[in-house]
Design a protein around this ligand. Structure first.
Ligand code: ADE
Length: 252
């Protein structure tokens, strides 16, 4: 299988550079695409840059130019559900764009994607199951080997868990809890928010390519989000985002 591995930031895919058996690199539209193999799969690895346009453009290249049969998107997210803690992993069962709204026009509901007639892109159940198992095994077997206890303690990461559910994307870094509260009122099953997954999922849906979206919680999208996010992305994200995705690729 040819698998596209995407993150939004360099840090979110950084450790794959050491894991992949490198074949070549191509640069297209400011992105570097690394072509190689990993666990008997052909791999195209890149980071998209931030936001929905960047993610859509990159997913399109991965599919159209490099012929990916599956896209794995890994990275970090802000928690929306009160049950989530920093360090938890969310595997998407559905992905959406929370800032899509053409409901002012007759016949359209809020969040609906024009002409597709749906607002949520589903992830196939077998992939959700595989991704959740990969995250469980990373958290129970590898996390404490990869990261020292001081850094885990700094973020109060003691017993991180895996959750499956709705992930929503929008072009905004959310750092106030009132915004999250408002979103949850409209989307009570929302687990976490980020800035790319919903766009990559739309591109995959339109090309009939499955996507797996996995996000580690880096912050709670509140007043501390900026500080938590910045430290998490440097010190913790590379291990979790790449470790979980590596387990998943081994399983596929
Ligand atoms: N990704 C990680 N944390 C986020 C936040 N608080 N808002 C949007 N995207 C994020």
């Amino acid at each position: 299988m040819r698998i596209g591995i995407m993150g939004a930031m360099e840090e979110e895919i950084a450790l794959f550079h050491e894991k992949i058996k490198f074949f070549k690199q191509e640069t297209i539209g400011l992105r570097n695409y690394i072509i190689g193999t990993l666990h008997n799969h052909e791999i195209v690895l890149t980071f998209s840059r931030w936001g929905k346009v960047a993610a859509a453009s990159t997913a399109t290249t991965i599919i159209e130019r490099f012929g990916a049969d599956l896209v794995i998107f890994t990275g970090v997210a802000g928690a929306a559900s009160k049950l989530l803690e920093i360090g938890d992993v969310v595997v998407a069962t559905e992905v959406m764009q929370y800032d899509m709204d053409i409901s002012a026009l007759p016949g359209f509901s809020r969040f609906e994607i024009p002409l597709l007639g749906l607002s949520r892109f589903p992830v196939p159940d077998n992939y959700v199951k595989m991704a959740a198992e990969s995250a469980e095994s990373y958290l129970s077997e590898s996390l404490k080997k990869d990261l020292n206890s001081d850094i885990l303690k700094k973020f109060s990461i003691t017993n991180p868990k895996v959750t499956t559910g709705l992930i929503a994307s929008g072009d905004r870094f959310i750092a106030d809890y009132n915004s999250i509260k408002k979103l949850i009122r409209s989307l009570p099953d929302l687990q976490c928010i980020e800035m790319e997954g919903g766009a990559a999922a739309q591109v995959c849906y339109e090309h009939k390519i499955p996507i797996i979206l996995m996000r580690t919680i880096s912050d709670k999208a509140n007043h501390s989000a900026v500080v938590d996010f910045s430290t998490f992305i440097k010190k913790i994200a590379p291990y979790l985002t790449c470790g979980v995705a590596d387990n998943l690729i081994r399983k596929i």
